[in-house]
Structure formats: structure tokens, C-alpha cells
Design a protein around this ligand. Structure first.
Ligand code: ATP
Length: 286
């Protein structure tokens, strides 16, 4: 299958200090790649390079086979971007915002209503954007990114700081676009977000990709499966974590059952955060 985005050996430094360090990856049509890493890992810098907002220093980026360093404008025409800063016009209505951005793309006759419906906002709302909730603004940002019918969406922390209901609504919008065949690059420091949305996840730490695979493969290859056993010992509920990879585990469970009787028992899968810590020695937050 054709690579919609291809990144080869990309590096970027601010005043000689590397922020992105020789990363390579590709994204297929209709695929979501989650870029998961803590603050300062280099996620936004990568997104800015992909969107053509920062000039290339080292490495190559191809969008639908087009070299961004040779034809930035042509690449940008295929892309929709949202950044963490909400760059909407607060004094305008949602429809005015969309018309304004469409005009920047040379689309003077855009009907904003279907776009609003695509992101679950009601057309015909005469309120100014400044009265919108964070979740509504984020939907509008995505609608704005869709104004030019992009084949690629670049989304910076799309659900960060949103309440769970808005976050879920935004995820639905992203998944709908994926089903339409849009390729999505999204950054996040939230492992749940990466896990739920991504076809593949790249772990990024100190400017480098340290792992890249489907969430399931990462969990199976690198995660330790644990069985949590709870039993009453001398009247107290006692908990024991046993690794399913240990040869001794079945015997230990048998012995607990014989000696104390099991209260309950369940298996726990490693989370992406557990695996991230195994790779980098650091947590995603803080
Ligand atoms: P965050 O979630 O905090 O935005 P991030 O993973 O997106 O984190 P980047 O914003 O890409 O990380 O930052 C990567 C590194 O580059 C950090 O060390 C950051 O301090 C540095 N950096 C980012 N922007 C600039 C800039 N304009 N000038 C100098 N250094 C910068």
C-alpha cells in the first residue's frame, strides 16, 4: 500500500539543541499514527515540520509522494492541521470562521453547514465562538482543518484538557475521518488516547522514536501479563501479583487455593505507559 506520509531521518535543532533526532516513519491511507511521549519529547516540533511551518534542517518528508522541501505549497494543500493554541476568531460565528478560512484556500463559495455537521456542531448557531465550550471550540478547529478536504490530518493533542464526553466526541470525529480514508498523525501524552485511537503508536522520547508498533503488539511483545490473586490470610484480605511468564506461578496459585482459598483472581495487561517506562525509564506525565 502507498505511503501517504513518509518521513526519513528527520532531525531538527533549536539553537544547536536537538528537539527531533533522526526519526523515520510512514503512514498509510486511512491509518492513524499516535505519537506518544512526555512534554518536551519533540512531538509538536515533528508536527510543525510535517505541516511545513518549520523549515527542514535534516531529513526528508514526502506527502503523497511529493517532497515537502521542493513543493511545500502543494503538500500543504493536502493537509489539515490543528495546534494546541486555539487560533479561531472569537468574535465571529462558527460559520463565519469556516468561510473565512475557506477563502484563504481560495474557496469563496464554501457552504460551512455540512462541515459543521461532520464534527457534530449545529449549523445556524448565531453565537460568537467566544461563548463556545472548550469541546465545541475543538470541534470547530477540526472542522476548520477539514475546509480544504485534506487527505492528511495533523492533530496536536486533540483531546487534551477536554471533559470525557467532549473527548469522546472528538475521537469519534477523528475515527470518522479515518474511515473516509484520511491519514492521521496525532500527538498525545495520554496513553489511553493513543491506545484507543491509534492503529500504530510511536513512543517518542528526547527527540527519538524508541518503539513503533500496534498497541496490541507492543503489549504482547514487551508487556508483562500479571495475575492478581486476592485471598484471606489470618482474617485479612491479602493481594499478590504473579507474573504469567514465571514458571512458579501455577504452583503458587495452587498453594494459595489449598492453604487459604482464593477470594478473587484476575489478569492484568500491561498498559502502554508501563511499556513506555520499560523503554525510557520515565513516565509520560510529570
Ligand atoms: P509539549 O507537549 O510540551 O509541547 P512536545 O513533545 O511537543 O512537548 P516540543 O514542543 O516539540 O515537545 O519540544 C521539544 C524540545 O524542543 C523541548 O526541549 C523544547 O523545550 C524545545 N523547543 C520547542 N520549541 C522551541 C523553540 N521555539 N525554541 C527553543 N526550543 C524549543
Amino acid at each position: 500500500m502507498e505511503d501517504i506520509i513518509r518521513v526519513e531521518n528527520l532531525s531538527y535543532s533549536y539553537d544547536g539543541k536537538p528537539a527531533v533526532d533522526r526519526i523515520s516513519f510512514s503512514i498509510k491511507r486511512g491509518e492513524i499514527l499516535g505519537f506518544l511521549g512526555p512534554n518536551g519529547a519533540g512531538k509538536t516540533t515533528t508536527l510543525k515540520l510535517l505541516s511545513g511551518l518549520l523549515p527542514l534542517q535534516e531529513g526528508k518528508i514526502f506527502m503523497l509522494g511529493i517532497d515537502i522541501s521542493r513543493n511545500r505549497k502543494e503538500c500543504q494543500a493536502k493537509i489539515g492541521v490543528t495546534f494546541e493554541e486555539k487560533n479561531l476568531y472569537e468574535d465571529m460565528t462558527a460559520e463565519e470562521n469556516l468561510k473565512f478560512f475557506a477563502a484563504l484556500f481560495g474557496k469563496r463559495k464554501l457552504d460551512p453547514r455540512p462541515l459543521l455537521e461532520r464534527v457534530g456542531l449545529k449549523p445556524g448557531n448565531k453565537n460568537r465562538v467566544q461563548t463556545y465550550s472548550k469541546g465545541m471550540k475543538q470541534r470547530l478547529m477540526i472542522a476548520r482543518a477539514l475546509v480544504n478536504d485534506p487527505e492528511i490530518l495533523l492533530l496536536d493533542e486533540p483531546t487534551d484538557g477536554l471533559d470525557p464526553i467532549s473527548a469522546r466526541a472528538i475521537r469519534e470525529v477523528i475515527l470518522t475521518e479515518k474511515r473516509r480514508g484520511v491519514s492521521v498523525f496525532l500527538t498525545t501524552h495520554d496513553m489511553m488516547e493513543a491506545d484507543i485511537l491509534s492503529d500504530r503508536v510511536a513512543f517518542i522520547n528526547e527527540g527519538r522514536i524508541v518503539a513503533l508498533d500496534t498497541p496490541d503488539n507492543l503489549k504482547h511483545k514487551y508487556g508483562k501479563r500479571i495475575v492478581k490473586v486476592r485471598y484471606f490470610k489470618e482474617g485479612e484480605l491479602t493481594e499478590e501479583d504473579l507474573s504469567l511468564e514465571e514458571k512458579e506461578t501455577p504452583r503458587r496459585i495452587e498453594s494459595i487455593m489449598r492453604t487459604y482459598g482464593v477470594f478473587d483472581m484476575h489478569t492484568e495487561e500491561a498498559t502502554l505507559e508501563d511499556i513506555f517506562i520499560r523503554f525510557t525509564g520515565r513516565r509520560l506525565e510529570g
